[in-house]
Write a protein that binds this ligand. Structure first.
Ligand code: AMP
Ligand code: GLY
Length: 425
């Protein structure tokens, strides 16, 4: 099969790496890819959001199957345009991608389908929003409804902070049109986890759980990022909790989307808060998590190409896969300054040596190749991933590999997996 993979992050490098292991894979193209992906696929210089060019590329190169990594092209209708042109696609339609693209849409679906989640109100009027905040009191959470690059969520411990957050989004328009509508919701407490399910429009198949570390600093301190590290499986997602997630959250959502004429095909990523064994939905994403994908792919025991293709064709009942009896853990290395401003173009060395540590694979995120060197080309730059017989062993291997990487302008957290290791002890 000739496959086109869309995206350029660590998530896409992990997908490319696992697709490569499939005996069914012929040629693999990636648009636009990164320096790591270029070692295992042919990268083509088309941006992930350039819908028209991606469709033309698929036609010109007689692509058999397209896998879309990030959410932005999905919310722009890439999967719809490709399907109209006759290509099977792993990734939801524009209508189904609203589950991530509009928090107001997601909350309405959850309410209709009876999915356990935070109570909420949705507002386009600033005074009504403030009245709701005053009525409910703090702590409370204020969210821009649209896509805001993971920054449109403000957790407000006090009433004043909540009123300020409403002003920031609706009066100062800090998040632009993403804040035209806002969602105000209950502040949930518990332990967070990311849960994944593959969907073929009708069916949903469990695809395991991971936990990530969103804060930039050790001890989960400092501003939130796209994710500084992750591990899988997630000890908090016991078999009993997993069953509740599938029955109460994932399946009602997939059925609800099919019932409204927007069947969901792709991977549904449920961000959850789990307390006393009871999962509640925080949000849905319509793609794999990054860096969660890196650990899921490291554990997957199966033919990824066959699995994703079956999902795209509505035949998930026909595939079988399992999970290796190992834990995987990824440590993200980011450019100094991230998630604020950072430098690009610094030189990274020692990647081959790092990759020789037992159980380790170094996935690239924001990198580019130039004159035989690997240069940093983004905020999150590498995902140093290791498998091991325990979280502790996977963590030790990942940090051993980090030590071999020579990149003075980069940094990483030193405590990825701490919560799970505390449980193992
Ligand atoms: P999001 O951008 O929706 O992923 O939210 C970012 C983070 O904010 C989540 O990962 C949670 O840690 C936190 N968060 C979002 N909604 C809530 C909520 N209702 N209660 C508590 N924490 C939340
Ligand atoms: N790591 C969280 C996300 O991909 O949204």
């Amino acid at each position: 099969m000739k496959v086109l993979l869309v995206g350029s992050g660590g998530r896409e490098h992990a997908l490319a790496w696992k697709l490569r292991q499939s005996p069914r894979l012929g040629k693999l193209y990636c648009a636009p890819g990164n320096a790591g992906i270029a070692q295992i696929a042919e990268c083509v210089p088309i941006g992930a959001e350039d819908v028209a060019k991606l469709v033309d590329f698929a036609k010109d190169h007689a692509i058999d199957f397209v896998v879309v990594g990030p959410e932005a092209p999905l919310t722009l209708g890439l999967a719809d345009r490709l399907r109209e042109a006759g290509f099977p696609v792993f990734g939801p339609s524009q209508a189904a991608a609203q589950l991530e693209g509009s928090k107001a849409f997601m909350k309405d679906l959850a309410a209709k389908a009876g999915i356990p989640t935070a109570w909420y109100g949705r507002f386009t009027d600033i005074e009504k929003a403030k009245a709701f905040v005053r009525e409910k009191g703090a702590p409370i959470v204020v969210k821009a409804s649209g896509l805001a690059a993971g920054k449109g969520v403000i957790l407000c411990p006090t009433l004043q902070e909540a009123l300020d957050a409403v002003d920031l989004m609706m009066a100062k328009r800090e998040f632009g049109s993403a804040g035209d509508e806002i969602v105000i919701e209950e502040f949930l407490t518990g332990e967070e986890a990311s849960y994944f399910a593959l969907c073929d429009g009708q069916r949903a198949v469990a695809f395991s759980a991971a936990q990530d570390h969103k804060a930039v600093g050790d001890g989960d301190t400092g501003p939130n990022t796209g994710g500084m590290g992750a591990y899988s499986p997630a000890p908090v997602a016991t078999p009993d909790v997993e069953a509740k997630i599938m029955e109460r959250i994932v399946k009602p959502a997939v059925t609800g989307m099919a019932d409204m004429g927007a069947p969901f095909t792709g991977v549904l990523f449920a961000g959850l808060m789990i307390k006393d064994g009871e999962p509640k939905l925080i949000e849905f994403n319509v793609r794999f998590g990054d860096p969660e994908c890196q650990v899921l792919m490291s554990r997957l025991d199966g033919d990824l190409l066959e699995i994703l293709h079956a999902a795209a064709l509505g035949r998930l009942d026909q595939v079988r896969f399992g999970w290796k009896d190992e834990t995987a853990l990824v440590v993200v290395m980011a450019a100094e300054g991230y998630p604020g401003s950072y430098k690009k173009g610094t030189v990274i060395g020692g990647l081959n040596e790092a990759g020789k540590v037992e159980g380790v694979t170094v996935f690239h995120a924001g990198t580019k190749g130039q004159d035989g060197q690997i240069l940093a080309n983004g905020g999150r730059v590498l995902g140093v991933t290791a498998v091991g017989s325990s979280v502790k062993q996977a963590q030790a291997r990942a940090y051993q590999a980090v030590e071999r990487i020579h990149w003075p302008e980069g940094f990483c957290r030193r405590d990825i997996g701490w919560r799970a290791i505390a449980r193992e002890a």
